[in-house]
Ligand binder design. Structure first.
Ligand code: ATP
Ligand code: MG
Length: 357
């Protein structure tokens, strides 16, 4: 008998808790669907409520606890009563850093029955590899001459050769496994001449060394955002730095139908540590508690988790079920033009899974 797969679940705040309930429901159906699958789940209530009670987002030994799991399924975090930098820097960042989740992976894929805001939005299908551990999101820098006329700030970008090689290699591995032919890398090396030129140089070298058959296309970020709108069908695998990848990912999510549908994965490709799977959206305080959030982004994140732990068949099963429900177009939440509740959408996806048995 194989050992059970251990999944740590952190629902978090706001709609995070609501959409996670549906993902857990799907997990139950998946276990029934496939008796070879042994899953052990534990739910951790680390959230803003936890912070207000305990003065910290998670207990001191949280990272040691999580290290014992094969993967982490995360909901969303954010609450008006807790400063944003606390929720991000005391929960999400420590997990990403401790477990060296240096790849942020986002599929950008048109879904049946979902209209793109783009006139030519049909059949978009690419993925983004965002560098998730260094780059522009560094705390190196500071301010000088405070409150004086010459007051100024410097914010440093940190890029390492190893960091670039690792994210580019992960993108190339994905391209090989999925029969893609082209990698698109985006920088602004005509203006940001130190860090971005360094990125270009090592991207090119890494590709030449590891994947000489893959075509490398380098497009400046200002042009690439326009191409995402004008000809999104041209892309297969996009790789970018932390900041540019962040912006491209949100744009990517918008052109295929919005936040309620967009999953993401924070991956440690070496599998030395657990990877973390989470919807792109936040806790959505404007609709929290109403039971109307779309659970698809969360359920699709669960699908990505299965793909990562070596069960691409289960990933496909979940994605097919989501597509079936959307194609039928009967059950739709408000964000995609319907009136269904979070629970109704979750149930519809579970029924689609049962129907495929
Ligand atoms: P946070 O600070 O937690 O990131 P936010 O204010 O940035 O929160 P998001 O949670 O990212 O907001 O949501 C942005 C908008 O998209 C909100 O209007 C929200 O209601 C909507 N939205 C986000 N996720 C969903 C979802 N799953 N279903 C429906 N609408 C959603
Ligand atoms: Mg947000």
């Amino acid at each position: 008998m194989s050992k059970a797969t251990r999944i740590a679940i952190i629902p978090g705040d706001g709609i995070g808790k609501e959409v996670m309930e549906e993902a857990i429901k799907v997990l139950g159906y998946i276990e029934e669907y496939d008796s070879t699958l042994q899953i052990e789940v534990k739910i951790f209530p680390w959230s803003s409520d936890y912070y207000l009670k305990h003065g910290q987002m998670m207990p001191d030994d949280a990272l040691e606890t999580l290290a014992q799991y094969n993967a982490i399924l995360f909901g969303a975090i954010g609450d008006a009563r807790v400063p944003d930098d606390v929720t991000v820097w005391e929960l999400i960042m420590p997990i990403r850093k401790q477990f060296q989740q240096y790849v942020n992976f986002r599929p950008i894929k048109s879904l049946p029955g979902i209209s793109s805001p783009l006139a030519n939005g049909g059949d978009i299908d690419f993925v983004i590899f965002r560098e998730n551990a260094e780059g522009e999101y560094s705390n190196s820098g500071g301010r000088i001459y405070n409150n004086q006329p010459q007051e100024m700030t410097i914010q440093n970008t940190v890029m390492t050769r190893i960091g670039i090689e690792k994210i580019v290699r992960a993108a190339c591995d994905y391209a090989h496994k999925n029969h893609k032919t082209k990698i698109t890398s985006s920088t602004k090396s005509n203006a940001i001449i130190h860090s971005m030129k360094f990125w270009d140089e090592h991207t090119k070298k890494t590709l030449a060394k590891t994947s000489p058959k893959l075509q490398l296309e380098s497009i400046y970020i200002d042009a690439l955002v326009a191409y995402f709108v004008e000809r999104p069908q041209d892309f297969e695998v996009v790789v970018a730095s932390n900041l540019f990848g962040d912006i491209l990912s949100d744009l990517g999510s918008a052109i295929v139908g919005g936040l309620g549908l967009s999953p993401s994965a924070n991956i440690n490709p070496e599998r030395e540590y657990p990877s973390m799977f989470e919807p792109v959206h936040g806790s959505a305080p404007d609709i929290a508690g109403k039971g109307i959030a779309n659970p698809i982004a969360q359920i699709w994140s669960l699908a990505l988790l299965f793909g990562h732990i070596g069960r691409p068949d289960v990933e496909e099963l979940i994605v097919t079920a989501i597509e079936k429900v959307l194609r039928e177009g009967i059950v739709k939440t408000a964000d995609i033009g319907g009136r269904a509740t979070t629970k109704e959408m979750g149930n519809a996806i579970c029924e689609a899974i049962v129907a495929m048995k």
